[in-house]
Design a protein around this ligand. Structure first.
Ligand code: ADP
Ligand code: MG
Ligand code: MG
Length: 541
């Protein structure tokens, strides 16, 4: 089964066994020993709410620990609050169900909504809409009606229950977790394992958080090399994009910290290799269609997520799409990405030969459209193991690739192209931006190519991957090829550099960190014992 919470995956550990070169590997079981001696810090008393804001959405919905504690508060308070909590929970569940299960979940929502506790809070807040509720039954309880009930429930919770929560021990507990979240992160926080790959500014290696056992990848950027090559600004952009992205189809940042020599980005560990490796290096060239559909659905969702934040990726290609241990993919490597405020365009040549859109090659102003072109090239490559305008390993001048991209039609000679994929690629490879899929105010997810994909379930991590990486295989070229001596450059770092390193090293990223606390069981472990104790304490204080 596919675990939507995304961790606790045993194959991660088996993968680890293959990676271990550092003999201090303690075994994940031992990770628990240090946390039993942990306890939560006291929140600093000044300006707590000021710094956290008092926004319901952030405190009770977006932050995973906040959400859990608010729910506990509701269940613990009175039957009406508890009914509201359960109603919301059912809505979340319902949204990701399919057909028959969805109908069942709907019945359950209706049943909870019909309980007297639900009725009282809903009616008191419904105003004019109150009459509508009395007439709701299974026959007319459609999606619009459900959405209405859900909004009414949230409106209710944002009022009295939320203000009471802010004064409760549950919220005090939340502030303690926030205090803990702000701890300084150093290299001692992690165990470090072997190198997974090498990038322009340093290596990427596997790491494990000591006290939770959570595995990540750590992308290390050599401070001196950054300075000599003027990569500091780019590193900060990459960090900010990784930090902002909150999607299961984009690599997420968990921690940013520094040590004496490196800036470190701790990100999702992707042990299944990149799609380029899967296209060319595993026997039969190309990827079979069922997998192509699944990956392209995830890539499309990832691109849409970036675009929704006004970010142009500019480096869409199979090499930058990484698979995790379960066989789901994410976009990675945001070294070329830029943020373009609404409606703004950019004119700057950037990208990889063979994947660049005509508007970039013609040095025109461009925006999000270039990513859909590159998606088209990448789908072509997944099927045919070559690019539409460049053969695999073809020795050809960039100018010739540019000419073909601007002038030639895309040909589908390979027998593995079926009608839907041909149609999809042709629409992504429209040379005029105004004709291109994804650029006409349309949504590529509606294309027939995706008819077998339920995007709601995909977004929720509930769509089973068609292929799962074998836990004992390392999906990358021989690591020895990466072993180059790291040259020490003779540059002095000054106070300006130090300021920049501080700005970069922001520690734990709240949403990701809170997920880690919950998924690793650390949250439950500390909460069950400590909350009971503090409930008694604050109750008597
Ligand atoms: P650069 O921007 O310097 O090219 P990348 O982000 O592409 O650096 O990382 C370099 C290499 O490290 C990648 O080609 C890949 O092999 C490996 N790598 C990067 N991120 C991860 C990750 N999250 N999980 C596993 N391996 C990774
Ligand atoms: Mg790279
Ligand atoms: Mg890069």
């Amino acid at each position: 089964r596919c675990d939507p919470r995304g961790s606790g995956c045993p194959s991660q550990l088996m993968y680890l066994n293959n990676l271990v070169v550092n003999t201090t590997y303690p075994g994940a079981q031992q990770a628990g020993t240090s946390r039993s001696s942990m306890s939560l810090p006291r929140p600093k008393s000044s300006g707590l709410l000021g710094s956290e804001g008092s926004c319901y959405e952030s405190l009770c919905e977006q932050q995973p620990i906040g959400r859990r504690l608010f729910r506990q508060f509701l269940l613990d308070s009175n039957s009406q609050y508890a009914a509201a909590a359960k109603l919301l929970e059912d809505f979340d569940y319902w949204q990701h169900m399919e057909d028959e299960a969805k109908e069942k979940a709907k019945m359950s929502v209706l049943a909870k909504f019909c309980q007297p506790e639900s009725r009282t809070f809903l009616f008191s807040h419904a105003g004019d809409a109150a009459e509508k509720y009395t007439s709701l039954s299974i026959s007319n309880f459609d999606e619009a009606a459900m959405e209405h009930v859900r909004e009414a429930t949230r409106t209710f919770l944002k009022g009295g229950p939320f203000s009471e929560y802010l004064k409760s021990p549950f919220f005090y507990r939340f502030l303690q977790w926030k205090e803990y979240e702000k701890q300084k992160i150093t290299r001692k926080y992690f165990y470090e394992f072997r190198t997974l790959g090498r990038g322009g500014f340093g290596e990427v290696c596997a790491v494990q958080v000591k006290h939770t056992g959570q595995m990540y990848a750590c992308k290390k950027l050599d401070k001196r090399r950054l300075k000599t090559k003027g990569g500091e600004r780019l590193a900060l952009i990459e960090k900010q994009i990784l930090e902002k992205a909150n999607s299961r189809f984009v690599i997420n940042l968990a921690y940013a910290y520094e040590d004496r020599t490196h800036l470190c980005l701790v990100i999702d560990l992707m042990s299944g290799g990149d799609l380029k490796f899967h296209i060319y290096d595993l026997g039969k060239r190309g990827i079979r269609m069922e997998r192509v559909v699944y990956y392209v659905a995830q890539i499309t969702s990832g691109i849409l997520h970036l675009h929704s934040m006004d970010i142009v990726y500019r480096d869409m290609k199979p090499e930058n799409v990484l698979l995790d241990a379960k066989g789901q993919c994410r976009l990675s490597d945001f070294g070329l990405a830029v943020e373009l405020p609404k409606g703004k365009k950019i004119c700057q040549k950037a990208g990889t030969t063979g994947y660049m859109a005509p508007e970039i090659l013609r040095q025109e102003n461009y925006g999000m459209s270039v990513d859909w072109w590159s998606v088209g090239c990448s789908i072509y490559e997944m099927v045919a193991a070559r690019l539409p305008f460049k053969d695999f390993k073809e020795k050809v001048q960039n100018e010739e690739v540019t000419r073909r991209t601007l002038e030639d039609d895309c040909k589908f000679q390979h027998s593995d192209f079926d009608a839907p994929v041909k149609d999809l690629i042709s629409h992504f490879l429209k040379k005029k931006v105004q004709n291109r899929l994804g650029c006409r105010g349309d949504d590529p997810r509606n294309h027939v190519f995706f008819k077998g994909i339920n995007f709601h379930r995909l977004e929720a991590g509930l769509a089973e991957p068609p292929w799962v990486p074998k836990p004992n295989v390392i999906y990358a070229k021989d690591m020895d090829a990466f072993r180059t001596a790291s040259e020490v450059e003779d540059v002095k770092l000054d106070s300006k550099d130090e300021r920049f390193f501080k700005e970069f090293s922001t520690g734990a990223v709240p949403v990701r960190w809170q997920k880690e606390m919950i998924e690793s069981g650390t949250f439950d472990l500390l909460n069950s014992s400590e909350l009971n104790a503090s409930l008694l304490q604050t109750g008597s204080a």
